[in-house]
Design a protein around this ligand. Structure first.
Ligand code: HEM
Length: 545
């Protein structure tokens, strides 16, 4: 009898908790249901297949432009998610209530499984300590020290491409070499390690580089398991989970295991070499790739000098290594490829930009960080491309408790009522509307969907500057904002500028007959129509003044 009494009590408590939660969510959902959004034709799939779809650009545009700054979307099995592109609401999510709004559990758990306790796998105070240690190595001051490393790599890469062009190869896959550049720059500048000797007529293979490159494709093959990573990570101790993975009879899972093992082993190896060199002193450090100026070397030194309560365990420094390579490569190289495609399509801007570069000394290794950043058109071309084509458009956040999002401008509900703020129930799935803010016509004007670098050469519309867009970079949301914003945006900006300066002063770029399609993914990538392999062929020739 007593056992039944306990059971009834537990059921009553459970039912009360559920009812309270249901009532709270019902209130929030009634507001949410009133928010306009595109029609959905499938209860089971909602808009998921349209939004998270490589060919989803038209749908992204529809969501960003047709319904207002907050849009209701349907998730799977009747659930709702909503798309927020209102600057004030985003300020609440990313800055004011950043401790309430966190990344979804599955995202954090997957990053932990792949890299360990790194920036994209930790939260709250833990994340703050890591970020505090890492921020200085991404500062402008440190970028200045790294500029010569960047030029050395890119001038070497120029020789490789020059040899191809001189040998008569006119159609060249610019994505292939922007990818090689990005990997080698984060290798040398980030880890003090060379992935690719960049030799003429040799495509080098590197075990670590290959593992990193195959990570995303391998993960996409285990989509269902990925979604449940936050449950899997809690299944018993580490050794137990490892034995389950070892025995799991699925080639894709085994492939990911090998990729993660290789990344981890190589990160340990590089880290230990650095530690030994730093202990031996300056001579040994100078013999290392990066000569001790790379991010990891500086980080190891700073960590050793830090007070005990701020110092990070070695495992956490190592966890940042593969993450950095991972976060730095496709994002920047794909954006660079996009810029070159746009310059090939807008010859007049290509000519003006080349003139600007040639009038400075940006094409060679003889320019300061400040001078490089002062080239107005080069800056405008980068900013405009990052505005109109943010490569990462699937950023999510979930409130860990109920929250209210005030809006910069009221929106009209489906029933015609004015909505000034939106109550959001704990656990509601939110998509950060990066693209929505970046192309909002009320902010940028009727031509917001056009690529016009010149818009950055005169003062921006007052609507943009008054909107207090909470982005870390230049009134746009591409690198996000707040404490979890992209830590590497200055690294990325410098990389794009050095590559463009060196390449445009040497080569010309023209489009080919092939149709290029851009695919939305974790990081958007280009393909040629009829082929699923990422690539972006352009006609390249020698620039002859
Ligand atoms: C065009 C280039 C890039 C874009 C568009 C970009 C975009 C982003 C975005 C949107 C986030 C936030 C992710 C989230 O909260 O889920 C992020 C985070 C991050 N990015 Fe970037 N990124 C770029 C280049 C780089 C580079 C070059 C590096 C390193 C050198 C880098 C390192 C990171 C790291 C470590 C984080 C995690 C920060 C944290 O959680 O504290 N990114 N990036």
């Amino acid at each position: 009898m007593a056992a039944y009494a306990w059971l009834y009590c537990a059921l009553a408590l459970g039912a009360t908790w559920y009812l309270q939660r249901y009532l709270r969510q019902r209130d929030a959902y009634s507001v949410l249901r009133n928010i306009p959004g595109p029609p959905s034709y499938s209860w089971a799939k909602g808009h998921i297949n349209q939004y998270f779809n490589p060919r989803g650009q038209a749908f992204h545009e529809e969501v960003a432009l047709n319904y207002g700054s907050v849009v209701k979307l349907d998730g799977m099995f009747g659930s709702k998610l909503f798309y927020v592109a209102d600057p004030k609401a985003l300020h609440t999510i990313l800055i004011k209530e950043e401790n309430t709004w966190e990344e979804p559990d599955a995202f954090l758990a997957l990053n932990q499984l792949m890299f360990g306790d790194c920036l994209v796998g930790t939260l709250g105070e833990h994340h703050r300590r890591q970020r505090k240690m890492l921020n200085p190595v991404f500062s402008v001051n440190h970028m200045r020290h790294m500029l010569p490393i960047f030029y050395n790599v890119i001038l070497k890469l120029r020789e490789v491409i020059l040899a191809k062009v001189k040998a008569g190869e006119s159609e060249i896959d610019v994505l292939e070499w922007s990818g090689r550049a990005a990997l080698e720059l984060i290798g040398q500048g980030g880890l003090g390690y060379s992935f690719d000797p960049l030799l003429v007529n040799s495509e080098s293979r590197n075990e670590y580089g290959d593992a990193l490159k195959s990570c995303f494709p391998a993960l996409s093959k285990v989509d269902i398991l990925r979604r449940y990573a936050h449950y899997l990570i809690k299944m018993g101790p580490r050794w137990f989970r490892r034995s389950v993975v070892d025995m799991y009879p699925n080639p894709d899972v085994q492939n990911i295991k090998e990729v993660v093992d290789t990344m981890s082993a190589k990160s340990y190896e590089i880290f230990n070499q650095k530690k030994v060199a730093l202990k031996r002193g300056d001579e040994a450090v100078l013999r290392q790739v990066g000569e001790g100026k790379d991010i990891m070397s500086i980080l190891i030194k700073a960590n050793t000098a830090a007070s005990e309560d701020e110092r990070l365990p070695e495992s956490e420094l190592i966890a940042q290594m593969s993450l950095l390579v991972f976060a730095a490569t496709d994002t920047t190289s794909n954006t660079l490829a996009r810029i070159l495609q746009l310059l090939a399509e807008h010859q007049e801007i290509q000519v003006k930009l080349r003139d600007e570069i040639l009038q400075s000394s940006a094409g060679g290794n003889d320019i300061s960080y400040e001078e490089l950043n002062r080239l107005p058109l080069l800056d405008a071309v980068c900013r405009e491309t990052l505005r109109l084509f943010p490569p990462v458009t699937t950023l999510r956040r979930v409130p860990r408790k109920d929250s209210v999002l005030p809006l910069s401008e009221p929106i009209y509900g489906v029933d015609g009522r004015v909505i000034n703020e939106i109550p959001v129930a704990k656990g509601t799935d939110v998509i950060i509307g990066t693209y929505g803010v970046n192309v909002r016509k009320q902010l940028w004007g009727e031509d917001s969907l056009e690529w016009k670098p010149e818009r950055w050469l005169s003062p921006l519309p007052s609507a943009v500057t008054a909107a207090a867009i909470p982005g870390v970079y230049s009134n746009i949301m591409t690198f996000l904002g707040g404490k979890r914003a992209c830590i590497g945006f200055k690294f990325s900006e410098m990389e794009m500028k050095v590559v463009l300066a060196v390449m445009l002063s040497t080569f010309t770029f023209e489009r080919t007959e092939k149709v290029i399609q851009w695919n939305i993914a974790g990081v958007s990538y280009p393909t040629v129509e009829g082929n699923s392999q990422p690539q972006l062929p352009l006609k390249m020739g020698l620039y002859r003044p």
